[in-house]
Ligand binder design. Structure first.
Ligand SMILES: CC(C)(COP(=O)(O)OP(=O)(O)OC[C@H]1O[C@@H](n2cnc3c(N)ncnc32)[C@H](O)[C@@H]1OP(=O)(O)O)[C@@H](O)C(=O)NCCC(=O)NCCS
Length: 155
């Protein structure tokens, strides 16, 4: 699939249902946190989507923690479109926006460390990010048995 046929753009409200559908497939398999359509709508300005011939095939979101620290989350690519560079395009777009905002460090909590390693992220202890643990992890059903890997990249 030629990369120029895929565009990455900021999400709009009309994308919320498609983002919810895409992320819920992976959430059901325990690969990422479930995001309701309402939660996605609330945070829509922080989402980016990848589109191929008018179809939403990928998404990711950014979350700010301090003026220097942010997270990339809710990254998902439709299964049929994986390993075609779409995930990398989404992460690059998110990093560009974060850099423009002056963010110096970006982290992820992931079960796909190979993907992030290939994008320049390195493993780090979760305790390095107390803000994250208190904001989101306390609501996660996996809190006491978290299998996600924390990874970080300097921007
Ligand atoms: C992780 C995910 C976003 C990757 O998206 P993708 O579009 O397939 O990734 P890309 O094609 O841009 O991959 C870039 C590089 O990452 C690495 N990579 C990606 N997926 C990989 C995998 N499953 N195993 C090993 N390496 C992988 C490869 O080096 C790849 O380059 P290559 O294909 O030239 O070898 C996608 O598989 C997905 O949606 N997974 C389920 C949800 C998830 O785990 N999200 C992350 C939560 S933070």
């Amino acid at each position: 699939m030629p990369k120029h046929e895929t565009t990455v753009r900021p999400a709009c409200l009309a994308d919320a249902d498609a983002i919810a559908a895409l992320t819920s497939v992976y959430a059901r398999n325990g690969v990422m946190l479930e995001r309701s359509a309402d939660n996605i709508i609330e945070n829509i300005r922080n989402f980016f989507v990848a589109e191929h011939h008018g179809m939403l095939i990928g998404c990711c979101a950014i979350a700010f923690y301090t003026a220097q620290l942010a997270e990339i989350r809710s990254l998902a690519v439709l299964k049929e479109y994986t390993r075609k560079g779409i995930g990398r395009l989404l992460v690059k777009k998110a990093e560009t926006v974060l850099r423009e905002e002056g963010v110096r460090e970006v982290f992820v909590l992931t079960l796909s460390p190979e993907f992030f390693r290939a994008s320049g992220y390195a493993e780090i202890k979760k305790e390095y990010f107390p803000q994250k643990i208190w904001r989101d992890c306390t609501h996660c059903p996996k809190l006491m048995a978290c299998d996600e890997i924390a990874m970080v990249k300097k921007l």
